[in-house]
Design a protein around this ligand. Sequence first.
Ligand SMILES: [Zn+2]
Ligand SMILES: [Zn+2]
Length: 612
Amino acid sequence: MSVFGSFSSGHEHTTPWINSDSLENGLYVSVSPPWVVRKDGDFPISIQIRNIDAAHDVVVKEIRLLGEIPLQVSPYKILHAQGDLLQQVQAAKLVFADDGSVSDQKQFIDLLAKLGREVCETHWFVSGDTKHIRVEIDIIEGGKTRTLLKKIDVNKQPPLPQGGSADIAILIDDLCEQKVVHARSIHTPSWFAGDQHIHTSFSVDAVILDGTEQEPYEYSQYAESIGLDWAIFTDHSNITYSEIWGNRDWFVSSQFDWGQDECKQYRNDHDWLSIYSQELGLGQQGFWDLPSHMLCLPLDHDLAEMLPNPSSGLIYGHADCESEQTIINRINDAGAFGFIAHPYAWAYLTYYEWDWGNGTNGWAGLELICDDEGNYDEEDWSTWHKWHELLNGIALPMNGKLPDRAGWPNRFPVGIGDSDAHEPGKVGRTWTYVAMESVTRANLKDGMLGGHCVASNGPLAWITVNGSFAGDVALMPSEWNDDIVVSIRTNSSMGYAGEYSVDILVNGEVQQTIEPSGTTSYSLDYYVTNLNLESQSKFITLRTTKESFVCLTNPVWLQHTMFGDLDGNGSIGLGDILNIIANWGNCANCLSDLNQDGTVNTADLLQLISIW
Ligand SMILES: [Zn+2]
Ligand SMILES: [Zn+2]
């Protein structure tokens, strides 16, 4: 989201240097490492010095990184005094924020863009052992040299959880009593993490509001240090602007091509999945014909070229976009997938909420969480409720599968989490865990379209029902003790798995809450024996929380079958016999084990034949 002066309910983007309190003698200095460093090895930092309100021109003489491996650079860069420009910007912001007009908005942004031009920037890789970053900057002002010192702590944390069998398990019985039991070794998928919604310096709002000058290659270095397994960069393709002091124009196809080339280069250099794409404006809502936003995710292959996103009106040419369906079709025709960005967010004179009455089809999913500080707010709750309403409208599964939906790329709207970061340090503040064998683009596509994924700002949690997990259909034979496992994986930065509570929702209603067990393990399974699923129970989602941590899990779909109907085709027949043979032998908790004695053998075959 973001974009010029988002004075919406939850997501105000502030530009720190226009707040006089964040200036030192009129200078703004920032030292920005990644918000968290989870990967071993060197990590990037960016240092900026801006002359916002100093009385005189200043010269940035030298910038030094202190520590065991000192680094230094001597830019001798002049940052010119800007007169009373800051006061003009502050005044213009107040006017615009108070229901200002379109020209008030333009006045504010043009002045802000001008204010941002006096900047000296440097980027370094810092040794992975660094815990405290200390930077000294020598400034010459009025013939005198003075030294600014900036200190910042590095938030070094262990890698994100990747799944695997639990260290400990807890059985929840009919009375909701919890009892520690031996953890079964069950097949669990591997989970990887990525952020699908990131803006670089090819989004003009990132440059003007957040001071971002980094392009996708450098962003990818941040994303990799943050511990993600992939990143998709989605610059605003409906927002145009021409620099008033320089010669940059946004958003143009040369930026798209450059961004895509940088991502390709990063993939080649680092064997790490960096993908370039767009966030498109679509539709025309309200008096100003404002668009809403959709992420174009080219999951299994790159876009051949920038997708056109014509727009006009207002002052950034960002309104009056083509219809939602036109844009969705364009994304699909390009072999990519549309995910609705921040469905309930809006910003004055900039963009609007998704129009649920627009009658479109063909989009693949939506952002359940979208925040560059990892927050979860009122808008996300609205999305959560709307999403469950949509899931309730999905047709019942048959033969162990959800039916195809004509005109849609997948079988149900998949929920994801993204940061919408407009600066590299905030990438991956919210993300999506996707289950797959290994990180390839083909697997990413299958995992995200199939809903084998989880939106999170920390913990990883999923549910397995009779062997099927998020995105899949679980067969629910009658007269069968359903095997329901809720898995939570965390690390020390998120606290123990046993500190989380889990809402288990059936058809979108909370059916049971697992209270925190207090178990001191980062890897915990709950065996839930009392969920009382009924024939109208259609799908199960999870909401796992502790304080500000939240994890939202895509649905497991339930197909209620008759006892012995192992392939879910509605009758007992050859397919079911083959199913028993395929699972012959030790097969605890698999459906072929009709008598649930832990072994699939002749007894189960005979039992099947008896009900033929
Ligand atoms: Zn965005
Ligand atoms: Zn957006």
